[in-house]
Design a protein around this ligand. Sequence first.
Ligand code: MG
Length: 296
Amino acid sequence: VRLCYAHLGGKPFVALAHGENWINLNLAARDLPARFSWLASCPEPTLVDWLRNAPDFAASLTELVRYLTETGGLRLYLVRGELRLLPPVPNPSKIIALGRNYAAHAAEHGHGVPEEPIFFAKAPSSIIGPGEDVLYPDFVHRLDPEIELAVVIGRRTKAVSEDKAMACVAGYTVLNDVTARDMQKKAQEQKYPWFASKSLDTFCPMGPHLVLVDEIPDPHDLELTLRVNGQVRQHSRTSMMVFKIPHLIAFISKHMTLEPGDIIATGTPEGTAPVQRGDILECSITRLGTLTNRVM
Ligand code: MG
């Protein structure tokens, strides 16, 4: 199951992939008002609203598609025209990102591998979608992209054990943890938080789609590739993560409740380097697609 958040020039909507086509999920779900009664009080839901309100999200989508296929209503909701993609998860309660979760990346910045996960926040206001520009402010002197696998949480999760952690995951998307590296280094030297360096406006490109867990049998067997102007900069596999996803979810949820739609950016591999205004950033992960943004 694959979803996106998009518009055709008007109001944005959640769309569900159906073969080569997309279905306007927000409209289609009104055909089953008893099943999706929450839509009456949330008529223009984002994917976060869907995850909050439909606990068995994948199952309810399957049920809807079966119903629409049987009744012949499916074609009514096919999207006609070119979708303009928005960030798939535009309004999470929080974005948690991992530091030094690939040994070779930790080493290139002069660090060892941590004994337990190092996590920090990115402001949800930094989220942008595919094709939007990353804005390079005048006061920043080194800007690095960081390709990361993003885990999207599907249900409220508190202090979950490692063996039950994967049941909390709704799906995955590609995330670029854009970093004002000079600001981050200065903050680290002064022993200040490096929140600002990770949370400037436009510093969290995400997308192109939300791919649910049914399409990703092993999230630790994916290839990550960052290209800058077509040249490969970062290339690794998610199997190289120091702390794997179940451990990350168990560790983070011991400290704070994870809400539906929350995002865990699982860290970046080696090859981080600065980019300039005008550069094109392409972040690709197996099965998840390519997230493209220009630096301006
Ligand atoms: Mg990062």
